[in-house]
Design a binder for this molecule. Structure first.
Ligand code: GLA
Length: 712
């Protein structure tokens, strides 16, 4: 007898039919089912005939973690063997343990000697997580070639695909296309989440957009090698599997041991990417973020010293910058790379986490005390997983790096990766960072990771990326429990480690080393499908921009960063008087609006004629803020009316333009100036249905509008 397992959450349901033998059948994942299914109906709906010349008895294809060898001809999500034998796995005798929002399904293969467990859980906001585990109950090692964390099924109408590619400085680039009719594999072998294969994708109905169409999204919370596989079924539906990617021989489960997968998170949205983002954001907030003290504090406006100083640390200059930052309203001063060892450039000292006495003769304390006396928190940059060959650590322990004997040690940014699967190496790094945190008044760290892994093997030459990823997580967890008040920012040459696995241990991600607002718009838009704004670091940097050399106004730079975890990354002492005044005003605006930015309902609109919209409406609909930015010059005479969703239709709103300096309008009429100056009260319905006639903007400029309800 098959068992029906149905979980219903906020806006979403999953329905599975668990057979006696074989993998659990996926009947439904998507919009919430309102009429309960029963076993008999589910069985009737699950039956699929095979075609002429097919097997006499059809084998279910739409299953969780399908296995091969017995008539499923698609991509197996679980595969392995015992020294070449037992290549077929077939699970039987399912045991289902469930409550209202979760289910654990477990079964055995007695021929091979395996026990498989699959956990499913629905979260507030509608996201569904899956993870899997495999126990070797046999007497010999089981060589696991592949084991996905979970499987998402999408219906035949989800024919469009959105994935995220990119590179350093250009993360989260959307790639939109038609879902292939066959198999699509997206594999990441860089040993970190990567800039170019974000472990997530979205499938949707034709033409899905920010606010329309049905969408199904999947995200693998894993900061190592991964695979996401799309496998179209014969009936037009599609399975998406996600899990860890193993190098040959990487995962051998000894007798009695087990393999545990990372977590894959799925979300469904009936109203475009915006509705999908709501589920993912709720998941990150409820299931991942563990704030010191149990609650998120308002995100402190941060000054990061990197682009304003690079490796040139001078205590007096840094103190002047701290004073200027505090005067601007900055709340956290984060000292980036360059404070330790003898680090004058990126060629040395990683691994030597002692304060550089040439630059800081009295240690970090005088600077920290100064920063604290100015009312700011102090944060510090570290890159614990790495070592430069030119370092005391490497000279003492050259064997502590990941590498395979006889193979070259490939340098990247002049650095090598410590083999943290060696307990002595992990203990050493822990002790050094623990000492830095214990001896100083530090409230946050920026945890960087600046290279891809190569020849990532251990002492006996076995591939170690999966174990290294777990060891990095263990090191983070250990430091977090030793210093529970310290927040962590996850960075990997920008946004190379911005996945949910990292976010289960961090409180912010550095999304990209590119701080040019025009480039950032696209990067932030892609990331915002998965990451809530309060964890996304976004900084105002110098003009001309250091990465693109484009010159941009203070207003445009501030606007694009404003709704996120806002910060500044420039030498504040060198600002012109006008820029300094304007930046201080933006920081004041950010602080006033941050409860809305970080607690409201965000929406994006697809760029139209070079113009982007990002807005947030308060949950009680009494307030909204909308950022309108013109990235490129428009080619239509006039912009379309601005329509703001999420307002109370009957309430009348005062509209106010908040830019501290005059916006770059091409031409503004007196009526427009009156409207944007709060001179007219407009109903929420009119703002949404009719829209506001905004003046056209010059390229690389923007405005911030606030809507405040004055009641009905
Ligand atoms: C990486 C980070 C930067 C900065 C440098 C320091 O590139 O992404 O933000 O911290 O390292 O070396």
């Amino acid at each position: 007898m098959s068992q029906l397992v149905q979980l219903d959450g906020e806006g979403s349901s999953i329905a599975l039919l668990v057979p006696e033998t074989g993998m659990p059948l996926l009947l439904h994942w998507g919009v919430r089912l309102t009429a309960p299914l029963d076993n008999a109906t589910a069985e009737a709906l699950a039956v699929r005939a095979s075609r002429i010349n097919g097997l006499d008895e059809s084998v279910a294809a739409a299953t969780l973690l399908p296995t091969g060898g017995l008539g499923f001809f698609g991509w197996p999500a679980l595969a392995g063997h015992r020294s070449g034998r037992d290549f077929i796995q077939s699970l039987t005798g399912w045991d289902v343990v469930r409550d209202e929002k979760s289910a654990t399904l477990a079964a055995r293969d007695d021929i091979v000697g395996l026990r498989l467990e699959i956990n499913l859980e629905l979260h507030p906001g509608g996201a569904l997580t899956m993870r899997s585990g495999l126990v070797n109950e046999g007497r010999e090692p089981f060589i696991l070639d592949r084991m996905m964390a979970g499987t998402m099924m999408v219906p035949e109408r989800a024919t469009e695909l959105l994935t995220f590619d990119g590179m350093w400085g250009a993360e989260f680039q959307p790639i939109r296309g038609v879902r292939p009719a066959s198999l699509l594999l997206r594999e990441n072998r860089r040993g970190r989440t990567s800039h170019n294969r974000y472990p997530a994708l979205v499938l949707g109905t034709p033409g899905f957009s920010e606010n329309a169409g049905e969408v199904w999204g999947l995200h693998l919370g894993w900061s190592g090698n991964h695979v996401v596989a799309l496998d179209s079924l014969d009936d037009g539906r599609c399975l998406v599997h996600a899990g860890e990617l193993f190098e040959p021989g990487e995962w051998i489960i000894d007798a009695g041991d087990e393999y545990r997968s990372p977590v894959v998170t799925m979300a469904y949205g009936a109203g475009g990417l915006e509705s999908l983002a709501r589920s993912f954001h709720a998941y990150v907030r409820h299931a991942l973020l563990a704030w010191p003290g149990g609650r998120m504090r308002p995100r402190p406006v941060t000054l990061n010293t990197w682009e304003g100083n690079y490796f040139k640390h001078d205590v007096e200059r840094l103190k002047r910058q701290a004073e200027a930052a505090a005067a601007l309203g900055v709340e956290r001063f984060l000292l980036d790379d360059g404070w330790f060892g003898c680090r004058d450039d990126d060629r040395s000292s990683l691994g030597d986490w002692q304060v550089d006495r040439r630059k800081y003769p009295d240690g970090l304390d005088p600077l920290i005390a100064h920063v604290r006396s100015l009312g700011m928190e102090f944060g510090l940059w570290i890159e614990p997983e790495m070592v430069n060959p030119d370092s005391d650590l490497y000279r003492a322990h050259p064997d502590w790096v990941l590498g395979v004997e006889g193979r070259p040690l490939v340098l990247s940014r002049h650095q090598l990766v410590l083999d943290l699967t060696r307990p002595e190496a992990a203990d050493h790094v822990f002790a050094q960072i623990d000492a830095v945190l214990a001896r100083h008044d530090i409230s946050s760290i920026k945890w960087d990771m600046n290279r891809d892994l190569t020849a990532a093997g251990d002492r006996i030459g076995r591939a170690a990326t999966g174990r290294q990823t777990r060891a990095v997580y263990a090191l983070m967890d250990r430091l977090r429990s030793a210093h529970p008040a310290v927040e962590i920012e996850s960075c990997a040459s920008g946004g190379g480690r911005a996945d949910f696995g990292a976010l289960a241990r961090a409180h912010r991600v550095w999304l990209s080393d590119c701080t040019d607002p025009t480039e950032r718009q696209r990067i932030q838009r892609g990331a915002s499908i998965f990451l809530p704004p309060e964890v996304v670091g976004a900084h105002v940097s110098a003009s001309p921009n250091h990465q693109t050399h484009r010159a941009q106004t203070m207003g445009y730079r501030a606007l694009v960063a404003l709704p996120f975890h806002f910060g500044v990354e420039l030498d504040p002492v060198g600002l012109s008087e006008a820029d300094r005044r304007e930046l201080a005003a933006w920081i004041t605006i950010h602080k006033r609006l941050r409860p809305l930015f970080h607690g409201g309902r965000p929406f994006h609109r697809d760029p139209d004629d070079g113009r982007s919209l990002y807005g947030v409406a308060a949950l009680d609909r009494r307030q909204a803020a909308v950022l309108v930015t013109q990235e490129q010059a428009a080619i239509r005479e006039l912009p379309p009316p601005l329509r703001v969703p999420g307002l109370d239709a009957a309430a009348r709103y005062r509209i106010r333009l908040l830019n501290p300096a005059a916006p770059d309008f091409i031409r503004q009429t007196a009526a427009q100036s009156d409207l944007l100056g709060g001179g007219r009260l407009v109903t929420g319905e009119a703002i949404f249905r009719i829209g506001l006639p905004l003046p056209a903007l010059r390229p690389q400029s923007g405005i911030l509008l606030e809507f405040e309800s004055q009641g009905a």
